[in-house]
Ligand binder design. Structure first.
Ligand code: FES
Length: 321
């Protein structure tokens, strides 16, 4: 859970495409706390009445005061998150949300940017595209969906103009777009971003490597298919720097579960190493990174870790908790 939850009210629910609706959230009546500002690529957690916590990207313009807009796909494989939202959310209802977090941040200074969206992955990509167009940056976008009726926010994209390519699989005998063709020949220093299903992200990373694009940014909806399981095989000792407490993490337990069981109010949300809510600063020791959030350089730096799935390579860790 987040220590700094906000109370929000659903002001608008809107059909955006087949299986996709947008939700506009505003501060709950009587709450004086304004919504914090956010940056393109950011997401928030929704705390559902069932106790589930789910993360969704913000679609609207970062400069808009006091409202967050999300796009939510009714995932047929939903375990109670998106399906619950589609079936049960009503205008006027209130719920807790987290402050925005951003592990998919946009480099607004890039000379050239390429954006690729797959399905509901358009939500952070639209936010980025809008921002880059407002700044007058050079940007091109590819938006892929299975069919045109399943593509959300097309009107908003069209209103922004610019260099947008659409690819609807059903118009190409069910074949996905060629990301290699789209990404080839980009200028030096290009930043490339992709949000979509795992298979698309894997193809995107491979195409970027082939095209020589070094500045690659991706956001996953779920743990990477090749992500290792949570680190639970070794026991170790964690020192919490703020209190000086030492806590033994037994073999078979995750660090987060052990801290929560010890009464430590550690922030968390997805528990799968995807959302970034549990990011914790590492003051000493070597984490065993198992998440799908940190980049290779962030892992190598060992300055932060996701305590829900990551563990310890040595016998001791000191955390900024
Ligand atoms: S709780 Fe989501 S990354 Fe750890």
């Amino acid at each position: 859970m987040s220590k700094s939850n906000l109370s929000a009210m659903v002001r608008t629910l809107r059909y955006e495409a087949a299986g996709i609706m947008s939700i506009e959230l505003v501060p709950a009546p009587g709450r004086s706390t304004p919504f914090p500002a956010f940056t393109p690529g950011a997401h928030i957690d929704l705390h559902l009445p069932s106790g589930l916590v789910r993360s969704y990207s913000l679609v609207n313009a970062p400069g808009e005061a006091n409202r967050y807009v999300l796009g939510i796909l009714a995932d047929p494989k939903s375990l109670g998150g998106s399906r619950f939202i589609h079936d049960n959310f009503r205008v006027g209802m209130t719920l807790d949300i987290s402050e925005p977090r951003n592990h998919f941040a946009l480099d607004e200074t890039a000379e050239h940017t390429v954006l690729v969206a797959g399905g509901i992955g358009v939500t952070p990509i639209l936010c980025m595209y809008r921002r880059l167009r407002a700044l007058g940056r050079h940007v091109k976008l590819m938006y892929c969906a299975r069919t045109a009726p399943q593509a959300a926010f097309v009107d908003e994209l069209e209103a922004l103009g610019g260099d947008i390519t659409y690819h609807f699989d059903d118009q190409h005998d069910g074949k996905p777009a060629s990301l290699a063709a789209f990404l080839s020949g980009q200028p030096a220093g290009t930043h490339a971003y992709c949000c979509g299903p795992g298979v698309m992200l894997d193809a995107f990373e491979a195409a970027c490597a082939d095209a020589g694009i070094a500045n690659v940014h991706i956001e996953r909806f779920a743990a990477a298919p090749d992500a290792p399981p949570p680190a639970t095989s070794e026991g170790y000792v964690v020192t919490l720097a703020k209190s000086g407490k030492e806590i033994a993490v037994p073999a078979g337990a995750t660090l987060l579960d052990t801290l929560l069981a010890a009464g430590i109010d550690a922030e968390h949300s997805c528990m799968e190493g995807v959302c970034g809510a549990c990011e914790t600063r590492v003051l000493d020791g070597c984490p065993d990174h198992r998440d799908s959030v940190l980049s290779a350089s962030e892992r190598a730096g060992n300055k932060v870790m996701m305590i829900c799935v990551s563990g310890c390579k040595g016998g001791r860790l000191t955390l900024d908790l």
